[in-house]
Design a protein around this ligand. Sequence first.
Ligand code: MG
Length: 305
Amino acid sequence: MEKILIVDDSPLQAAQLKSILDNEYDVTVAQAAEDGLCRASCENYSLILLDVVMPGMDGFTLLKKLQEEIITQSIPVILITSLSDVEHEQRGLVLGAVDYITKPFYSAIVQARVNTHIKLYNYRRQVEEQSMTDQLTGIANRRRYDRYSMVKWNEAARLQVPFSICMFDIDNFKIYNDTFGHPAGDKVIAAIAKTVSSHLQRGTDFLARYGGEEFVALFMGDHSDKIFEHLKRIRQAIEDLHIPHNPSVSEWVTVSVGGVTVVPTAESAYGSYLKVADTMLYDAKKHGRNRVVWADERMKQMWEK
Ligand SMILES: [Mg+2]
């Protein structure tokens, strides 16, 4: 059942709305804006019905706050206004509410508007989802990575937890493609994405296709020694797929892995650590490929072989 949040200081009004929507939706009521904001950011709502006039934080202020947060900014908001409230309606729509409903409530109208906006929201989410997924591998694409990396980097800085950036590159992939053809190369890319994905453990572990035969993974919470061990296992698992390579370069398809672990501060720039990860990957390639090279929290290098 899709979840709807009603934010309204009047228990009577909230109960009326809830009873109109209760059959089709999982409806929660918050009686103050602060509570509404808190719920909206930690639960997955498909729609928010928001009363404009409330003591303390009013509906407009809450609407603005919802729009500022990445997690809540795409949830459609319908304002609840009085019939005479033309000014409020205008202001709300300018601020980004998708619609408004006026008191007294007519069940059929409330249901129709709610259904329409939830349908639109789901459609938009589906399109967004597709536009952020890599077609070949089904994992995140560059676009999702760009967004995710910034959000999580800032989160790690705020929480002061270790953050790891990891680059994978398939070894001698051009030779593979020249030998076996691009369709076979695509299968290798997909198989490697699947293997790495199956080794992700936490909800915050993240993998994206960065470019042609390059992947980027992000990890939060663990220090470099643990991440380094984890990546050695992933690298080995890829070698253990035993995908035959051109024998002139290697027996099996392998990957080189480079990365860095850092506890970010508000001042540290993501881009400069991505460069460090890239340098580690370059070192892994230069020293024979099929290995992990890592920079720890003090920027000291760790070598697999
Ligand atoms: Mg009110």
